[in-house]
Design a protein around this ligand. Structure first.
Ligand SMILES: Cc1ncc(COP(=O)(O)O)c(C=O)c1O
Length: 615
């Protein structure tokens, strides 16, 4: 069965979309009446509003200034009316869907607005939103109902915006042409929708897959779809994602803007594989990265694309530092994580990861993270580097994460970063910043080191640089360090072209959707939640973070408590991971474009889980 839900405001072309489904041989399970009866007939709706919140409706118009208690969300979503309207819509739609399932319909369309409202969008294999630009909707409403422009705007704004649909639906169809053009658009859209996702049983996966798998143990369901902040399981359950591909999905799952560009590139037979040959995709990405990211920050870096994983870029950075300085040693911080291949593992501190090497890991001096000890670590590093009796040879490089993510969310102080930069300069040691997990605006600036006003000699990027969860990694190196010989570090999948297309679109999303500012704002909201709601629950709780990466430290409660919180969250529809020593930190990494409502939803699930576990 392939169920699609069609959703949209009134007068935006839903009927055309539904008719197209019928033309394509689909069965229509239309709960139009249920929906329109509630949301579109103002009289009933306004009467309900007035009855619930007296004084908010005057002469048939909703008075926004009197709506303090009704609470409109950012996009005009009515938040407090759920009880009045959506409760029974949800039930009705659930009933219709159950009917469709029982009947084994092959293609069915339902009106999905209520499904989405009820958090049940995943019951549909694909939710297609139909909307028209605001201006068009206003004009149509005025023409259809003879209302004033002011009133039309009020009503349209109280409905869902195009952005809202884009966030919540698999596909958003914009109805901005004639009826025929729009019908054609619908046809192409429905034909392009994927068929039913085949559900492979979990037992089969468990039998076939190596014991090395880990996340499927923490989150043991089969995921089939995802959109922005949500992932959907095969059984239709929706999960809010605060894990975010360990930082690979800063701009959300299946971000429409990036998706369209990647699809267009593939549809056009753009080059997919090209090693490091010159290509249009590479030229456009490099140009955009230089012009829109590097130059505005006065950064002059050469760009090297490595094998597509973060660890490969770390390996390249370490090789280069050794080559340039002629030294072998590396300084790394306690609590560090830089990847799972041997060179990266050598600079990774966790013993469980290191043991997995089953081979000696050489040439690293681990020095204390500033948050780990009570003394001045910069003075200590300086002493190690300058005292003839310290027994430590001068290293090629010092590799750091400005915020240790896997290490348990430890934010290095800004002044410490400045002093470290100065020390490295004085000692002729290269500074490598690993921005793989906390780069691409996660901490509130595109590069995580910007808050300290420093420039690393080498910066390593991966994860969200691929824009769409695409495999991609980069080493950014100061031009004077570019002593590489042709092919001296290489890899068959370096510079994977669709990733470059996604990476360029990712930069555009980052800038257009103000991801840095939104990460900072989300960080303030999470910080306030920690201070006012979570930490007061128990003095043994600790919280740390910056921008859109936060950790709740439960080490003081003994082993297993953070894991129990993550498990409880998952039961209640929130995906959240662990980090730090003995996995004692619950790590929050929502996507940067998350709405306040979704953020609050996740935080309240987290709070309830912590409360239950520590009770
Ligand atoms: C800071 C940091 N460096 C390196 C890596 C390794 O990246 P990958 O898993 O893509 O090899 C990670 C992965 O989590 C990371 O967080």
């Amino acid at each position: 069965m392939f169920v699609i839900g069609i959703t949209g405001g009134t007068g935006t072309g839903k009927t055309t979309a539904l008719e197209t489904v019928r033309e394509l041989g689909g069965e229509i399970i239309d709960c139009d009446e249920v929906y329109h009866g509630l949301l579109a007939s103002d009289k009933a709706l306004l009467a309900a509003i007035e009855a619930a919140f007296p004084g908010t409706v005057e002469d048939g118009v909703l008075l926004r200034k009197k709506l303090g208690q009704i609470v409109f969300g950012d996009e005009g979503k009515l938040l407090k009316l759920n009880g009045i309207t959506h409760g029974f819509v949800k039930k009705e739609v659930e009933r219709l869907l159950a009917e469709a399932r029982r009947a084994g319909k092959t293609l069915a369309a339902v009106d999905a607005i209520a499904l989405i409202e009820g958090g049940l969008g995943a019951l549909c294999q694909a939710t297609v939103a139909v909307c028209a630009p605001e201006e068009t909707r206003v004009r149509r409403l005025m023409a259809r109902e003879g209302v004033t422009e002011e009133y039309a705007r009020l009503r349209i704004r109280a409905q869902k915006s195009e952005d809202w649909f884009r966030q919540h639906c698999t596909v958003t169809l914009v109805n901005d042409g004639s009826r025929e053009e729009f019908a054609e658009k619908c046809r192409r859209c429905f034909e392009a929708l994927p068929g039913e996702v085949q559900s492979m049983s979990m037992e089969t996966m468990e039998k076939l897959e190596s014991g090395v798998r880990s996340y499927s143990r923490a989150f043991p369901v089969e995921f089939t779809r995802a959109k922005m902040s949500r992932m959907y399981a095969a059984d239709g359950r929706a999960y809010l994602d605060f894990f975010d591909g360990a930082g690979a999905l800063n701009y959300g799952h299946n971000n429409d803007y990036i998706k369209e560009r990647v699809l267009a590139y593939l549809a056009d037979d753009g080059i997919t594989h090209a090693l490091d040959m010159f290509t249009g995709a590479k030229a456009t990405f490099f140009e955009a990265f230089d012009r829109r990211i590097l130059r505005p920050r006065k950064l002059s870096y050469r760009i090297m694309s490595c094998g597509p994983t973060g660890t490969n870029a770390v390996e390249a950075a370490l090789k280069l530092a050794r080559k340039v300085t002629g030294r072998t040693g590396i300084f790394a911080l306690t609590g560090s994580f830089h990847g799972m291949t041997l060179g990266s593992l050598a600079v990774t501190s966790g013993v469980d990861h290191r043991e997995g090497a089953h081979a000696p890991l050489f040439f690293t001096t681990f020095v204390p993270h500033p948050g780990a000890v009570g003394f001045d670590t910069i003075d200590y590093y300086e002493w190690l580097l300058t005292d003839n009796y310290s027994g430590v040879e001068k290293p090629a490089a010092f590799i750091i994460e400005t915020t240790q993510a896997e290490g348990g969310v430890h934010v290095a102080p800004t002044e410490w970063l400045r002093r470290l930069r100065k020390l490295c300069d004085e000692q002729g040691v290269l500074l490598i910043v690993d921005d793989i997990q906390v780069g691409c605006a996660r901490t509130g600036t595109y590069f995580s080191f910007e808050r300290a006003g420093i420039v690393p000699d080498i910066t390593v990027m991966s994860k969200s640089i691929g824009g769409y969860g695409m495999p991609f990694s980069l080493v950014l190196l100061k031009p004077e360090l570019d002593l590489w010989l042709p092919g001296e570090h290489n890899g068959t999948f370096r510079g994977y072209q669709p990733s470059m297309v996604a990476a360029k679109a990712g930069i555009e999303v980052m800038l257009n959707d103000r991801a840095e500012e939104r990460a900072r704002r989300a960080g303030e909201r999470i910080g306030a939640f920690m201070e006012n709601e979570l930490l007061p629950m128990d003095p043994r709780l600790a919280a740390r973070g910056i921008g859109c990466i936060w950790g709740v430290d439960m080490a003081a409660f003994g082993p297993g408590k953070a894991k129990a919180v993550s498990r409880k969250c998952f039961e209640n529809g929130l995906i959240i991971e662990l980090a730090g020593r003995d996995n004692s930190v619950v790590k929050l990494m929502p996507q940067l474009l998350i709405s306040d409502a979704e953020l609050d939803e996740g935080l309240s699930i987290l709070k309830a889980a912590v409360a239950a576990v520590i009770a």
